[in-house]
Design a binder for this molecule. Structure first.
Ligand code: TXA
Ligand code: MG
Length: 326
Protein backbone atom coordinates (compact mmCIF):
# COMPACT_ATOMS: atom_id res chain seq x y z
CA UNK A 1 0.00 0.00 0.00
CA UNK A 2 1.15 3.52 -0.71
CA UNK A 3 0.31 6.56 1.45
CA UNK A 4 -1.35 9.55 -0.20
CA UNK A 5 -3.04 12.74 0.92
CA UNK A 6 -4.90 13.24 -2.37
CA UNK A 7 -8.65 12.44 -2.38
CA UNK A 8 -8.58 12.59 -6.19
CA UNK A 9 -5.82 10.01 -6.41
CA UNK A 10 -7.82 7.84 -4.00
CA UNK A 11 -10.95 8.20 -6.15
CA UNK A 12 -9.05 7.25 -9.31
CA UNK A 13 -7.61 4.17 -7.59
CA UNK A 14 -11.10 3.16 -6.39
CA UNK A 15 -12.52 3.68 -9.89
CA UNK A 16 -9.81 1.33 -11.19
CA UNK A 17 -10.99 -1.29 -8.65
CA UNK A 18 -7.99 -0.94 -6.34
CA UNK A 19 -8.41 -0.83 -2.56
CA UNK A 20 -7.95 2.34 -0.50
CA UNK A 21 -7.63 2.73 3.26
CA UNK A 22 -9.98 5.65 3.90
CA UNK A 23 -10.35 8.08 6.81
CA UNK A 24 -13.80 8.38 8.33
CA UNK A 25 -14.91 10.18 11.49
CA UNK A 26 -15.43 6.83 13.25
CA UNK A 27 -12.50 4.59 12.24
CA UNK A 28 -10.51 4.02 9.03
CA UNK A 29 -12.18 1.78 6.46
CA UNK A 30 -10.73 -0.47 3.76
CA UNK A 31 -12.64 0.81 0.74
CA UNK A 32 -13.46 -0.68 -2.63
CA UNK A 33 -16.06 0.10 -5.30
CA UNK A 34 -19.35 -1.27 -4.02
CA UNK A 35 -20.37 -2.20 -7.59
CA UNK A 36 -17.23 -4.25 -8.21
CA UNK A 37 -17.27 -7.94 -7.25
CA UNK A 38 -13.51 -7.98 -7.84
CA UNK A 39 -12.72 -5.09 -5.46
CA UNK A 40 -15.11 -6.45 -2.83
CA UNK A 41 -13.60 -9.95 -3.05
CA UNK A 42 -10.17 -8.39 -2.45
CA UNK A 43 -11.50 -6.60 0.68
CA UNK A 44 -12.65 -9.93 2.15
CA UNK A 45 -9.37 -11.61 1.23
CA UNK A 46 -7.20 -8.86 2.76
CA UNK A 47 -9.14 -8.81 6.03
CA UNK A 48 -9.56 -12.57 6.25
CA UNK A 49 -13.26 -11.85 6.75
CA UNK A 50 -15.89 -14.61 6.35
CA UNK A 51 -17.93 -14.14 3.14
CA UNK A 52 -21.28 -14.04 4.98
CA UNK A 53 -20.33 -10.89 6.92
CA UNK A 54 -21.94 -8.05 4.91
CA UNK A 55 -20.26 -4.70 4.23
CA UNK A 56 -21.44 -1.14 4.82
CA UNK A 57 -21.95 0.93 1.64
CA UNK A 58 -20.75 4.54 2.03
CA UNK A 59 -22.44 7.13 -0.17
CA UNK A 60 -22.41 10.92 -0.64
CA UNK A 61 -25.92 11.77 0.60
CA UNK A 62 -29.33 10.39 1.56
CA UNK A 63 -30.61 10.46 -2.05
CA UNK A 64 -27.73 8.22 -3.05
CA UNK A 65 -28.35 5.96 -0.04
CA UNK A 66 -32.02 5.44 -0.93
CA UNK A 67 -30.98 4.16 -4.37
CA UNK A 68 -29.39 1.18 -2.63
CA UNK A 69 -32.70 0.43 -0.83
CA UNK A 70 -36.06 -0.84 -2.05
CA UNK A 71 -38.05 0.59 0.86
CA UNK A 72 -37.27 3.50 3.19
CA UNK A 73 -39.24 3.81 6.45
CA UNK A 74 -40.19 7.17 8.02
CA UNK A 75 -37.81 6.36 10.89
CA UNK A 76 -34.94 5.93 8.41
CA UNK A 77 -35.77 9.27 6.78
CA UNK A 78 -35.88 11.05 10.14
CA UNK A 79 -32.55 9.55 11.22
CA UNK A 80 -30.91 10.43 7.92
CA UNK A 81 -32.17 14.01 8.08
CA UNK A 82 -30.75 14.51 11.58
CA UNK A 83 -27.63 12.31 11.69
CA UNK A 84 -26.19 12.33 8.15
CA UNK A 85 -23.48 13.08 7.31
CA UNK A 86 -22.34 11.29 10.46
CA UNK A 87 -21.59 8.14 12.43
CA UNK A 88 -24.87 6.29 11.77
CA UNK A 89 -25.42 3.23 9.57
CA UNK A 90 -28.97 2.34 8.52
CA UNK A 91 -30.02 -1.18 7.50
CA UNK A 92 -32.79 -1.28 4.87
CA UNK A 93 -34.29 -3.75 2.40
CA UNK A 94 -31.87 -3.73 -0.52
CA UNK A 95 -32.43 -2.65 -4.12
CA UNK A 96 -30.86 -4.37 -7.13
CA UNK A 97 -27.82 -2.10 -6.76
CA UNK A 98 -26.70 -4.06 -3.70
CA UNK A 99 -25.31 -7.35 -4.95
CA UNK A 100 -25.03 -10.56 -2.93
CA UNK A 101 -21.28 -9.95 -2.80
CA UNK A 102 -21.96 -6.84 -0.62
CA UNK A 103 -24.78 -8.11 1.56
CA UNK A 104 -23.47 -11.58 2.29
CA UNK A 105 -26.53 -12.90 0.47
CA UNK A 106 -28.96 -11.13 2.84
CA UNK A 107 -31.98 -9.22 1.53
CA UNK A 108 -30.88 -6.09 3.41
CA UNK A 109 -28.16 -3.50 2.86
CA UNK A 110 -26.33 -1.25 5.34
CA UNK A 111 -25.77 2.36 4.18
CA UNK A 112 -23.93 5.30 5.70
CA UNK A 113 -23.17 8.90 4.71
CA UNK A 114 -19.83 9.66 6.39
CA UNK A 115 -18.97 13.14 7.70
CA UNK A 116 -15.18 13.16 7.38
CA UNK A 117 -14.40 15.99 4.89
CA UNK A 118 -11.62 14.02 3.17
CA UNK A 119 -13.88 10.98 2.74
CA UNK A 120 -16.63 13.24 1.41
CA UNK A 121 -14.21 14.59 -1.18
CA UNK A 122 -13.37 11.04 -2.27
CA UNK A 123 -17.07 10.26 -2.71
CA UNK A 124 -17.60 13.47 -4.71
CA UNK A 125 -14.58 12.78 -6.97
CA UNK A 126 -15.62 9.16 -7.46
CA UNK A 127 -19.10 10.28 -8.54
CA UNK A 128 -17.50 12.54 -11.16
CA UNK A 129 -15.04 9.92 -12.41
CA UNK A 130 -17.71 7.20 -12.70
CA UNK A 131 -20.58 9.47 -13.76
CA UNK A 132 -22.73 7.87 -11.03
CA UNK A 133 -23.96 10.15 -8.24
CA UNK A 134 -25.14 7.14 -6.19
CA UNK A 135 -21.81 5.32 -6.45
CA UNK A 136 -21.01 3.50 -3.21
CA UNK A 137 -17.78 2.64 -1.46
CA UNK A 138 -17.90 -0.64 0.44
CA UNK A 139 -15.72 -0.28 3.50
CA UNK A 140 -15.36 -2.44 6.57
CA UNK A 141 -13.00 -1.25 9.28
CA UNK A 142 -9.43 -1.58 7.92
CA UNK A 143 -8.19 -4.22 10.34
CA UNK A 144 -7.61 -7.97 10.15
CA UNK A 145 -10.76 -9.90 11.03
CA UNK A 146 -11.49 -9.81 14.78
CA UNK A 147 -8.76 -7.28 15.54
CA UNK A 148 -8.76 -3.71 16.78
CA UNK A 149 -10.07 -1.09 14.31
CA UNK A 150 -7.57 1.51 13.03
CA UNK A 151 -7.97 5.20 13.83
CA UNK A 152 -4.92 6.50 11.91
CA UNK A 153 -3.39 5.90 8.47
CA UNK A 154 -0.33 4.27 10.01
CA UNK A 155 -2.55 1.77 11.89
CA UNK A 156 -3.96 0.77 8.49
CA UNK A 157 -0.46 0.15 7.13
CA UNK A 158 0.39 -1.88 10.25
CA UNK A 159 -2.71 -4.04 9.74
CA UNK A 160 -2.87 -4.51 6.00
CA UNK A 161 0.33 -3.51 4.17
CA UNK A 162 1.55 -7.06 3.73
CA UNK A 163 -1.80 -8.44 2.49
CA UNK A 164 -2.53 -5.73 -0.11
CA UNK A 165 -0.83 -4.78 -3.39
CA UNK A 166 1.44 -1.92 -4.43
CA UNK A 167 -1.45 -0.36 -6.38
CA UNK A 168 -3.58 -0.07 -3.24
CA UNK A 169 -3.48 3.19 -1.27
CA UNK A 170 -3.96 4.59 2.20
CA UNK A 171 -5.41 8.09 2.27
CA UNK A 172 -4.17 10.00 5.30
CA UNK A 173 -6.92 12.13 6.82
CA UNK A 174 -5.54 12.44 10.35
CA UNK A 175 -6.85 10.72 13.49
CA UNK A 176 -10.49 9.62 13.54
CA UNK A 177 -12.52 12.03 15.63
CA UNK A 178 -15.11 9.62 17.12
CA UNK A 179 -12.82 6.61 17.56
CA UNK A 180 -15.36 3.76 17.64
CA UNK A 181 -17.44 2.37 14.77
CA UNK A 182 -20.78 3.83 13.69
CA UNK A 183 -24.08 3.12 15.41
CA UNK A 184 -25.99 0.54 13.32
CA UNK A 185 -29.78 0.67 13.34
CA UNK A 186 -32.10 -1.78 11.59
CA UNK A 187 -34.95 0.17 9.99
CA UNK A 188 -36.55 -2.75 8.12
CA UNK A 189 -39.26 -3.45 10.71
CA UNK A 190 -42.03 -1.55 12.50
CA UNK A 191 -39.72 -0.16 15.17
CA UNK A 192 -36.03 0.63 14.68
CA UNK A 193 -33.66 -1.85 16.36
CA UNK A 194 -30.18 -0.99 17.62
CA UNK A 195 -27.69 -3.52 16.20
CA UNK A 196 -24.41 -1.88 17.29
CA UNK A 197 -23.98 1.01 19.76
CA UNK A 198 -21.89 4.00 18.67
CA UNK A 199 -21.68 7.80 18.93
CA UNK A 200 -25.40 8.16 18.22
CA UNK A 201 -26.94 6.74 21.40
CA UNK A 202 -30.07 4.64 21.84
CA UNK A 203 -31.69 7.63 23.52
CA UNK A 204 -30.94 9.84 20.51
CA UNK A 205 -32.38 7.23 18.14
CA UNK A 206 -35.62 7.24 20.14
CA UNK A 207 -35.76 11.03 20.38
CA UNK A 208 -35.18 11.49 16.66
CA UNK A 209 -37.63 8.84 15.45
CA UNK A 210 -40.20 9.45 18.18
CA UNK A 211 -40.38 5.67 18.52
CA UNK A 212 -39.28 3.28 21.26
CA UNK A 213 -36.51 1.01 19.98
CA UNK A 214 -37.66 -2.51 19.20
CA UNK A 215 -35.86 -5.67 20.17
CA UNK A 216 -37.18 -8.04 17.54
CA UNK A 217 -35.22 -8.16 14.33
CA UNK A 218 -34.90 -10.65 11.51
CA UNK A 219 -31.68 -8.99 10.48
CA UNK A 220 -28.52 -10.90 11.11
CA UNK A 221 -25.52 -8.71 11.95
CA UNK A 222 -22.60 -11.06 11.71
CA UNK A 223 -19.46 -9.47 13.01
CA UNK A 224 -21.16 -8.71 16.31
CA UNK A 225 -19.33 -11.67 17.79
CA UNK A 226 -18.69 -11.89 21.51
CA UNK A 227 -14.96 -11.82 20.79
CA UNK A 228 -13.97 -8.91 18.58
CA UNK A 229 -11.82 -5.80 18.73
CA UNK A 230 -9.34 -7.93 20.63
CA UNK A 231 -5.70 -7.04 21.22
CA UNK A 232 -3.15 -9.78 22.02
CA UNK A 233 -3.06 -8.59 25.64
CA UNK A 234 -5.80 -9.87 27.93
CA UNK A 235 -8.35 -7.16 28.72
CA UNK A 236 -9.90 -7.11 32.20
CA UNK A 237 -12.68 -4.70 33.10
CA UNK A 238 -12.38 -3.50 36.71
CA UNK A 239 -13.99 -0.81 38.83
CA UNK A 240 -11.96 2.16 40.04
CA UNK A 241 -12.01 0.59 43.52
CA UNK A 242 -10.70 -2.76 42.22
CA UNK A 243 -7.95 -1.23 40.10
CA UNK A 244 -5.18 -0.90 42.70
CA UNK A 245 -5.72 -4.43 44.00
CA UNK A 246 -5.82 -5.94 40.50
CA UNK A 247 -2.57 -4.16 39.67
CA UNK A 248 -0.65 -5.72 42.58
CA UNK A 249 -0.57 -8.96 40.57
CA UNK A 250 1.93 -7.34 38.22
CA UNK A 251 4.62 -7.47 40.91
CA UNK A 252 7.58 -5.32 39.97
CA UNK A 253 7.56 -5.98 36.25
CA UNK A 254 5.74 -3.67 33.87
CA UNK A 255 3.31 -6.18 32.38
CA UNK A 256 0.04 -4.39 33.02
CA UNK A 257 -1.46 -1.44 31.22
CA UNK A 258 -4.10 0.84 32.68
CA UNK A 259 -6.91 2.52 30.78
CA UNK A 260 -8.98 4.80 33.00
CA UNK A 261 -10.34 8.34 33.22
CA UNK A 262 -7.80 11.06 34.03
CA UNK A 263 -9.00 11.47 37.63
CA UNK A 264 -8.21 7.83 38.48
CA UNK A 265 -4.59 7.49 39.66
CA UNK A 266 -2.12 5.08 38.04
CA UNK A 267 -1.26 2.19 40.41
CA UNK A 268 2.46 1.50 41.00
CA UNK A 269 4.28 -0.73 38.49
CA UNK A 270 1.72 -0.31 35.74
CA UNK A 271 1.88 1.46 32.38
CA UNK A 272 -0.70 4.20 31.86
CA UNK A 273 -2.07 3.62 28.34
CA UNK A 274 -4.51 6.52 28.37
CA UNK A 275 -6.06 9.03 30.75
CA UNK A 276 -9.13 10.35 28.90
CA UNK A 277 -10.68 13.64 30.12
CA UNK A 278 -14.26 12.59 29.39
CA UNK A 279 -16.31 9.90 27.68
CA UNK A 280 -15.89 11.29 24.14
CA UNK A 281 -12.14 11.46 24.69
CA UNK A 282 -12.21 7.86 26.00
CA UNK A 283 -13.73 6.67 22.72
CA UNK A 284 -11.17 8.63 20.71
CA UNK A 285 -8.15 7.04 22.47
CA UNK A 286 -9.54 3.54 23.15
CA UNK A 287 -8.18 1.64 20.13
CA UNK A 288 -4.86 3.50 20.13
CA UNK A 289 -4.43 2.45 23.78
CA UNK A 290 -5.17 -1.23 22.99
CA UNK A 291 -2.62 -1.11 20.15
CA UNK A 292 -0.09 0.50 22.46
CA UNK A 293 -0.54 -2.39 24.92
CA UNK A 294 0.46 -4.84 22.18
CA UNK A 295 3.36 -2.68 20.99
CA UNK A 296 4.69 -2.73 24.58
CA UNK A 297 4.02 -6.50 24.78
CA UNK A 298 1.95 -6.10 27.93
CA UNK A 299 0.15 -9.23 29.11
CA UNK A 300 -2.89 -7.48 30.60
CA UNK A 301 -4.91 -4.29 30.18
CA UNK A 302 -6.89 -3.19 33.23
CA UNK A 303 -9.73 -1.01 31.97
CA UNK A 304 -12.05 1.08 34.11
CA UNK A 305 -15.15 1.51 31.95
CA UNK A 306 -16.93 4.88 31.67
CA UNK A 307 -20.60 5.44 32.50
CA UNK A 308 -23.05 4.33 29.82
CA UNK A 309 -24.43 7.75 28.85
CA UNK A 310 -23.72 9.05 25.34
CA UNK A 311 -20.93 7.12 23.65
CA UNK A 312 -20.21 5.30 26.95
CA UNK A 313 -22.47 2.37 25.96
CA UNK A 314 -20.40 1.86 22.80
CA UNK A 315 -17.14 1.90 24.78
CA UNK A 316 -18.52 -0.63 27.27
CA UNK A 317 -19.66 -2.81 24.34
CA UNK A 318 -16.20 -2.77 22.72
CA UNK A 319 -14.40 -3.35 26.04
CA UNK A 320 -16.62 -6.37 26.74
CA UNK A 321 -15.81 -7.84 23.31
CA UNK A 322 -12.11 -7.13 23.72
CA UNK A 323 -12.25 -8.75 27.17
CA UNK A 324 -13.87 -11.92 25.89
CA UNK A 325 -11.05 -12.35 23.37
CA UNK A 326 -8.74 -13.85 25.98
O1 TXA B 1 -17.94 3.22 11.47
C1 TXA B 1 -18.09 2.26 10.73
O2 TXA B 1 -19.21 1.71 10.56
C2 TXA B 1 -16.87 1.74 9.97
C3 TXA B 1 -16.42 2.84 9.00
C4 TXA B 1 -15.30 2.40 8.11
O3 TXA B 1 -17.52 3.26 8.25
N1 TXA B 1 -17.15 0.52 9.31
C5 TXA B 1 -17.34 -0.66 9.96
O4 TXA B 1 -17.53 -1.74 9.13
O5 TXA B 1 -17.31 -0.76 11.16
P1 TXA B 1 -17.43 -3.26 9.62
O6 TXA B 1 -17.56 -4.06 8.38
O7 TXA B 1 -16.20 -3.46 10.43
O8 TXA B 1 -18.70 -3.46 10.48
C6 TXA B 1 -19.95 -3.45 9.82
C7 TXA B 1 -20.99 -4.19 10.60
C8 TXA B 1 -20.76 -5.69 10.64
O9 TXA B 1 -20.98 -6.15 11.96
C9 TXA B 1 -21.80 -6.23 9.70
O10 TXA B 1 -22.25 -7.51 10.07
C10 TXA B 1 -22.90 -5.21 9.83
O11 TXA B 1 -22.22 -4.00 9.92
N2 TXA B 1 -23.72 -5.18 8.63
C11 TXA B 1 -23.36 -4.83 7.38
N3 TXA B 1 -24.38 -4.99 6.52
C12 TXA B 1 -25.42 -5.45 7.24
C13 TXA B 1 -26.76 -5.81 6.94
N4 TXA B 1 -27.23 -5.77 5.71
N5 TXA B 1 -27.53 -6.23 7.94
C14 TXA B 1 -27.05 -6.28 9.19
N6 TXA B 1 -25.81 -5.96 9.55
C15 TXA B 1 -25.00 -5.56 8.59
MG1 MG C 1 -14.96 -4.03 11.93
Amino acid sequence: MRLTTSPREAALALAAEHLVGLPTETVYGLGGRADSPLAVARIYAAKGRPADHPLIVHVADADAAWQWASEVSPAARALAATCWPGPLTIVLARSSRAGDFITGGQSTVAVRVPAHPVMREVLAELAVVTGDTAIGIAAPSANRFGKVSPTTASHVLDELDDVTSDDDLVLDGGSSEVGVESTIVDCTGDAPVLLRPGRISAQQLEDITGQALGTRTHVRAPGMLASHYAPAARVRIVTAAELAHAATASGNSLTMGVLAAADIPTPPNTVRLAAPRDTDDYARVLYQALREADALQLTTVLAVAPGEAGIGAAIIDRLNRAASGA
